[in-house]
Ligand binder design. Structure first.
Ligand code: NDP
Length: 471
């Protein structure tokens, strides 16, 4: 049985001190793939020390030197794309389509960071004062399992651009993917101590990073509940935080939209990454007068959704990452039934023939009231809630009636109108008439969806401190 027992510290693969192991289970068939040794506080402190020592020199590197590193990283990660995709399918259960797309994002993070860096002015004048944008220090990067490689590469690339060194705590559930990524990074011949990584639990490795005074900033993606714990812990040493947290994103269909076109898109969109996506449009807001028509189209669309083995290119929805996540989604489906929502498609239990893995039926509830828990809480599975609204103002009120504010989607035959509505939505990203991604546009949430922004200039500045020099 494969055993992953190495951390990456100061440019070397070193054996972790931990005795505890975590089993890596294939979510499609519950077979054990490998086990990962869980790092300790001692391992984490060693990684932080290496990053701290390396910061002294790395923070003084030139833009050209940083670009050269980013280019080497891109080249090495690109070489292993196929391996990374295969392992992601096996370990995480992402569909082949999703894993291929995620891999493209992963690689393109280096390009977009290089583009940002080339045009960024680290020195400028404010009033009569010279302002230097200086690297914040050692960055702690804590990531979840739902697009592990993409999160690690995106955050690390930004840190390099800023002149920061890093200590990464990935999800231990992604350890096989992380192992390949580490081989790529090692092959990229990085300055020693620039990148350090320790597998382990959030309560040990993550908590040590959060508490350690040598960490100047934390960049975290994950649940809102953990984000709050990190923010509370970080404040003791006044760490900067970028928190990319959960979402319950509204997808507003105005009555002038082409329902035959946008409703199937909305259904498939809600199931992106098997529903395990922070930006998934899980609340479908539709005109009350068109609810019956929407229900019919949505039901037909759900019948087209293939829940299946992630290795199968035809599958749209794969298994949930873990049995715990499967149980969580089942609890929410039961809750929807208990709350009196009408089940339009899917429901409890596993689809026929897929009993061996963590597969959930592609589920739609309709006639949902926005006050219901299934409309307010992030489920992180293939469960869509259709919520009727009276008019445009009501749609905006329902869209904003949530603790979250990560993303929103608007469909309308009138782009000016959609823009008017977008201006009134409390969300970090609003997509009009489709699902687009721009790696240079700021990404992050309003309200409890997070603090700060990632990507492009906004993301880079979150790793920099302005220093005003008055002469
Ligand atoms: P968590 O927020 O619990 O975990 C994310 C990362 O934080 C993991 O590496 C985790 O480690 C780590 N962590 C956990 N506790 C601490 C701590 N006290 N200090 C520092 N780091 C910590 O998310 P889960 O992976 O458990 O997923 C649960 C829910 O979170 C999902 O159902 C979904 O709602 C949401 N989520 C949102 C994501 C998003 O993209 N916005 C991504 C993933 C999840 P460990 O794995 O050891 O717990």
């Amino acid at each position: 049985m494969k055993r992953i027992d190495k951390a990456y510290i100061n440019g070397e693969f070193v054996t972790l001190h931990g005795n505890d192991v975590f089993d890596l289970i294939n979510p499609s068939n519950h077979q054990k793939i490998a086990e990962v040794v869980l790092g300790t506080e001692q391992d984490t402190i060693a990684a932080i020390a290496a990053a701290k020592a390396a910061f002294k020199t790395f923070s003084k590197t030139t833009v050209e030197e940083r670009i050269a590193i980013l280019e080497r990283l891109k080249a090495e990660v690109s070489k292993r794309q196929e391996d990374l995709i295969e392992v992601m399918i096996q370990e995480y259960g992402g569909t082949r389509k999703f894993c291929e797309m995620s891999m493209q994002f992963t690689v393109s993070a280096f390009d977009s960071t290089i583009a940002t860096l080339r045009s960024y002015d680290f020195q400028r004048i404010a009033g009569e004062t010279l302002v230097q944008m200086t690297p914040v220090g050692v960055v702690g990067i804590i990531t979840p399992w739902n697009a592990s490689n993409s999160f690690i590469c995106g955050k690390f690339a930004t840190a390099i651009a800023a002149g920061c060194t890093v200590v990464v705590k990935p999800s231990e559930m992604s350890a096989s993917q992380t192992e390949i990524l580490l081989e790529c990074f090692h092959a990229a011949d990085l300055p020693k101590g620039l990148f350090n990584l320790v597998n382990g639990l959030g309560s040990t490795v993550g908590a040590t990073i959060t508490a350690h005074p040598a960490i100047a900033k934390i960049s975290f993606t994950g649940s809102t509940i953990t984000g709050k714990l990190i923010a509370k812990g970080a404040v003791d040493s006044m760490k900067r935080v970028t928190l990319e947290l959960g979402g319950k994103s509204p997808n507003i269909i105005l009555e002038d939209a082409d329902l035959e076109k946008v409703i199937p898109m909305a259904v498939f969109g809600a199931y992106m990454n098997s529903g395990q996506a922070c930006v998934a449009p899980t609340r479908l807001l539709v005109p009350k007068s068109k609810l019956a028509e929407v229900n019919a189209i949505a039901k037909a669309a759900a019948a087209q959704v293939q829940v299946g083995l992630p290795t199968d290119t035809a599958s749209h929805v794969g298994p949930m990452v873990s049995e715990k996540q499967y149980e969580r989604v089942q609890r929410y489906i039961q809750l929807g039934l208990d709350e009196g929502a009408e089940l339009l498609a899917g429901g409890l239990g596993k689809p026929e023939g897929l009993e061996d893995g963590n597969f959930v039926k592609a589920t739609i509830f309709t006639g949902v009231n926005n006050a219901m828990r299934i409309a307010q809480e992030e489920i992180f599975g293939p469960v869509l809630s259709i919520i009727p609204f009276e008019d445009e103002d009501d749609a905006i009120a329902i869209a904003n009636d949530t603790n979250y504010g990560l993303a929103a989607y608007i469909s309308s035959g009138d782009e000016e109108r959609a823009l008017r509505v977008a201006a009134q939505i409390d969300a970090g990203r609003v997509n009009i008439n489709g699902f687009k991604h721009d790696p240079l546009a700021p990404f992050g949430g309003f309200k409890q969806s997070g603090i700060g922004r990632e990507y492009g200039t906004y993301g880079l500045e979150a790793y920099l401190e302005p220093k005003a020099i008055l002469i």
